[in-house]
Design a binder for this molecule. Structure first.
Ligand SMILES: Nc1nc2c(ncn2[C@@H]2O[C@H](COP(=O)(O)OP(=O)(O)OP(=O)(O)O)[C@@H](O)[C@H]2O)c(=O)[nH]1
Ligand SMILES: [Mg+2]
Length: 319
């Protein structure tokens, strides 16, 4: 059993169990978790963080399994954080992730864990950032974050990553249309998986059109499209070299450095908002005026806008 303050030390020594405990503490908002993060932070700044998003069942976990093998061959340490959407429909995904990457579990250079979403979508990035700090400090070279579904969840995570891979599959149809809203903007690389299926080129063409239509929006670096058949380990080398290429590209590119800081800043704003809301909420709940306002709301004596404005203007006193 680990003693409390040994967590950081243990993690730095490569103890995966300790890493898991720290991540759990951050997820649970425990003060010790944040103290440990503080100790670990000076050791961070080396990891390359890659988000992988795409519709359920597109083959994200299968692809990551192949990528783990490829990076391990080059002696890189690899970590995977699978965002576990706690919805009943996709709840089974976790077990699938475990099974698909099972062959890597005992490898000391590989760390695989799921992150629970719990409640609000924004909550994902809260604990995921903590996990990234832990793994970065432990000198994992590449960290994958797998998120199922296109849209909000992937967009939330995009604040935490340096590169976003968007997985598509043949026959996506309407889902491909939905890509336009939100996902297209965050994609640094498109992967069309299940290329063993017919209609693969149709998806590729469609993506090409979408990319071309958004000309100018890429700062001279439109995302590439790579075809893979993850179940047959095909196309993986192309993905690895594109990841390497992109990594070097953003390293000495002023615009990328700026956009990286902008993401960090947006995540920071999110933290402030979360903490402020929490603090304000606790403050309000102790006030009898607040209870009276809620009563007004209940009795429909005033519209919610007016009540909320009054609360913020009259009950919250900034020092
Ligand atoms: N035909 C074909 N099937 C594939 C390919 N890659 C993955 N699959 C299969 O697709 C199914 C889903 O794969 P996963 O890797 O679990 O997909 P995922 O995107 O991680 O799924 P969720 O995490 O549930 O969203 C599995 O049955 C895989 O074997 C491929 O290249 N071709
Ligand atoms: Mg998966």
């Amino acid at each position: 059993v680990l003693k409390k303050m040994d967590y950081a030390e243990e993690a730095l020594n490569g103890n995966k169990l300790a890493a898991g405990r720290i991540i759990k503490m951050v997820e649970d908002n425990e003060a010790t978790g944040f103290e440990t993060i503080k100790h670990l932070y000076p050791y961070t700044g080396n990891a390359f963080v890659i988000g992988i998003t795409g519709p359920p069942g597109a083959g994200k976990s299968t692809l990551i399994d192949c990528l783990i093998a490829a990076f391990r061959k080059n002696q890189k340490k690899v970590a995977v954080l699978a965002i576990d959407p706690s919805s009943p429909i996709t709840g089974g995904a976790l077990l699938g992730d475990r099974i698909r990457m099972k062959r890597h579990y005992l490898d000391p250079g590989v760390f695989i864990r799921s992150i629970a979403t719990r409640g609000a979508l924004g909550g994902v990035s809260w604990s995921t950032k903590g996990a990234l700090i832990v793994l970065d400090a432990m000198k994992y070279d590449v960290i994958f974050i797998e998120t199922a579904g296109v849209g909000q969840l992937g967009a939330d995570i995009s604040l935490l990553v340096q590169m976003t891979l968007v997985l598509c599959i043949p026959g996506m149809g309407d889902a491909l249309q939905a890509l336009k809203a939100g996902t297209l903007e965050i994609a640094d690389l498109f992967i069309v998986n299940k290329a063993d299926r017919p209609d693969t080129d149709e998806v590729v063409n469609h993506l090409e059109n979408m990319i071309n239509l958004r000309e100018g929006g890429w700062h001279g670096h439109p995302p590439r499209i790579i075809k893979t058949t993850a179940v047959e380990n095909k196309g993986i080398d192309d993905v690895v070299s594109e990841i390497d290429r992109y990594r070097y590209y953003i390293k000495d590119n002023d615009h990328s450095m700026e956009s990286m800081f902008e993401r960090e800043y947006r995540f920071f704003r999110f933290l402030i908002k979360e903490l402020a809301a929490d603090k304000i909420w606790r403050h309000l709940e102790g006030l009898k005026e607040f209870k009276m306002s809620i009563d007004k709301l209940k009795k429909r004596q005033e519209d919610p806008y007016s009540i909320a404005h009054k609360i913020i203007n009259e009950l919250i006193k900034m020092p």
